[in-house]
Design a protein. Structure first.
Length: 631
């Protein structure tokens, strides 16, 4: 067990430095394990406060805590946030000159820091290896730990060196691995590859009750109009728009800029200097809308992101949930909208077949990895098609609501009918069981030799050269289903997403039986499809709402405090969220503290921030209250 004094010290640090009276769910279990000298593996959703799990022990423990993180471009902001909280932080990465790196190492040797962020590539630098061999390092935290696994959505080869680095230290430190998304297979990889020793496992659950999920099938030509309607309802808010391709990022960014939106962009085709400049503009709220590929966002600690739009379907549920989870990090209500079309599925399959393999893998191993990527893509397609609760689908994917036998169990969710677009009835549900049975019979008769275009043409009785040359007009299924072509194409994809059918990969994919093929013959088989009702086809996506919204008066004060925060942040050259998160401003607007003691009672206000910003905020609140009282 951890020493009681250590736990009390951790709780005092949480209060005085970070401004919270108690740990969030899961945080204390990780801190307790680390202080007791035990390795830990924490799977906590974005916004759950993973950083507290290593920042608090870093202050309690003697010596230097090393945090391995791939987020080179954000380390400076993370360290500034620590310093604002009164924690002695530093970072070491390629953005520093050799002279600056030497200065950081010299100060670390002198005991100037509690915590040091390092990029995984830095672990191979002889200077850092020598430093680590001589320094007192009681604790190593590996952030974004899923990057070590080939089965994760964001594998980084450089992470494979982390385990060797830890093993080579003269005295093995306590090790904690932290991630937001990890299936059981990825967790096992993390434990094995990082060499964790009987780690204390903390999985807080993946539910984010403050996020409202919406999925809409939207053809490419209509996506910009849907995006415009969505953003127009949220013009005062900050958000991210994810696109699958660099060219799409450029098109969407140019379109929004022409409409007068303060927007910027991010993708791997830009120079490092421009990526850095654009990222800082977004974090500082100078360009509150970011249009980006998935190259952007890991570790972005911007707490006031109010929405995330996926302009294209991502390649996996893991990637989607991590990217969508960048909204509402401070607990405020936030929206996650996914727009998708058939072309997105084709793009996802193309990327899987074209992506370069890791040189460390044999051709056989590389094919196993690709097969895993295909399964992940089909699960993502299933999310787009499901008529069930979207949040429940996500939670079950990550293992919540599944019993020890693998049988589904009920998942209790908050939010009622506003939980997601499916639960709110924004989509019409259409029974396509008859069409699905027709498709299954046709695929069986054709013995899995043809692609979905031929399958659909046979069903509809098309008179094409391909049908005539193959003699398929003589098939029993020929002309057996006259449903619209787009609907039948969608039914094929829906059956593939449910593993009733399989669409093979390669240059000429064919449709054949899937693992659940025989289940479709049962009397209780049903297939449902969702459709956006024509009468609401151009309606804006409803905004997420909080259980306890601000009153009009409190909202007016919140807006004043937000403007003050931006001015103070600009003066201090830090992002606004570093001053205070939105949740702290909302609490100030409700509580309206008038004294320093009362200001300390606001969640997120510690003694350091009271000293730095307390007088300014107390003065603004007092001025607002006085103006309200004037008749």
């Amino acid at each position: 067990m951890a020493d009681r004094g250590s736990l009390e010290a951790a709780q005092e640090i949480l209060r005085t430095h970070f401004g919270y009276d108690r740990f969030r769910p899961g945080q204390e279990a990780v801190v307790r394990a680390v202080l007791a000298g035990r390795d830990a593996l924490a799977v906590m959703p974005t916004g759950a406060g993973k950083s507290i799990c290593y920042q608090v022990p870093a202050v309690v423990l003697p010596g230097l805590t090393v945090v391995v993180s791939p987020l080179v471009s954000l380390m400076a902001d993370q360290v500034r946030s620590l310093k604002e909280a009164g924690v002695r932080g530093s970072y070491l990465n390629s953005t520093l000159t050799p002279a600056q790196q030497s200065e950081v190492l010299a100060r670390a040797r002198a005991g100037a820091y509690d915590v040091m962020y390092v990029a995984p590539e830095r672990l191979a630098d002889p200077r850092f290896v020598q430093f680590a061999a001589e320094a007192a390092i009681p604790f190593v935290a590996v952030d974004e730990a899923h990057c070590v696994s080939q089965w994760g959505q964001d594998f980084r080869p450089s992470y494979l060196a982390v385990g060797d680095f830890i093993a080579a230290l003269p005295t093995r430190p306590v090790v904690a691995a932290l991630t937001a998304t990890a299936t059981e297979r990825v967790r096992a990889d993390i434990v094995r590859l990082l060499g964790l020793r009987e780690p204390a496992l903390t999985v807080t659950g993946f539910d984010r009750p403050n996020l409202r999920f919406a999925v809409e099938r939207c053809e490419a030509r209509r996506k910009t109009a849907r995006l415009d309607a969505f953003i127009d309802e949220r013009q005062a808010e900050s958000g991210i728009v994810y696109c699958a391709k660099r060219a799409t990022v450029e098109e969407v960014c140019d379109h929004l800029r022409e409409r007068g939106i303060a927007v910027t962009r991010y993708h791997a085709g830009l120079s490092a200097a421009e990526r850095e400049r654009n990222q800082r503009a977004f974090v500082a709220d100078n360009a509150p809308v970011m249009v980006a590929t998935n190259a952007f966002g890991m570790g972005i600690d911007k707490s006031n992101v109010s929405y995330v739009v996926h302009y294209n379907m991502p390649g996996s549920v893991e990637a989607y949930y991590q990217e969508a989870g960048r909204a509402g990090r401070d607990g405020s209500p936030a929206d996650c909208l996914l727009l998708w079309c058939d072309a997105d599925i084709a793009t996802g399959r193309f990327f899987i077949e074209q992506e370069s393999s890791n040189e460390a893998l044999t051709p056989e191993e590389a094919e196993v990895v690709r097969a895993g990527r295909r399964r992940m893509l089909e699960a993502m397609v299933g999310y787009c098609y499901t008529t069930d609760c979207l949040r429940r689908y996500l939670l079950r994917y990550f293992g919540e609501g599944v019993g020890t036998t693998g049988a589904p169990q009920e998942v209790t969710l908050s939010g009622g009918e506003r939980c997601c677009s499916n639960c709110a009835g924004e989509m019409e549900v259409v029974d396509v069981t008859a069409e699905a049975r027709a498709v299954m019979r046709c695929v069986h008769e054709l013995r899995g030799r043809f692609g979905k275009t031929v399958v659909v043409d046979v069903l509809r009785g098309a008179d094409t050269e391909a049908i005539r040359s193959r003699g398929l007009s003589r098939a029993a299924a020929y002309g057996s289903c006259k449903a619209a072509r787009p609907l039948l194409m969608e039914v094929v994809e829906l059956l593939a997403a449910g593993d009733y059918l399989t669409i093979t990969e390669g240059k000429y994919p064919v449709v054949c039986a899937g693992g659940r093929y025989r289940e479709a013959a049962r009397d209780d088989f049903r297939l449902l499809m969702k459709r956006l009702p024509a009468k609401t086809a151009r309606a804006a996506v409803p905004k997420a709402t909080a259980p306890a919204e601000l009153s009009p008066s409190d909202q007016a004060l919140f807006d004043r405090l937000r403007d003050l925060r931006k001015r103070l942040a600009d003066e201090a050259d830090v992002p606004p969220y570093v001053v205070f998160p939105n949740t702290a401003l909302m609490a100030m607007a409700r509580q309206r503290p008038t004294t320093r003691t009362a200001f300390l009672e606001v969640p997120g206000v510690g003694e350091k921030k009271l000293a730095s910003y307390g007088e300014s905020f107390l003065e603004e609140i007092a001025t607002f209250v006085a103006e309200e009282e004037v008749p």
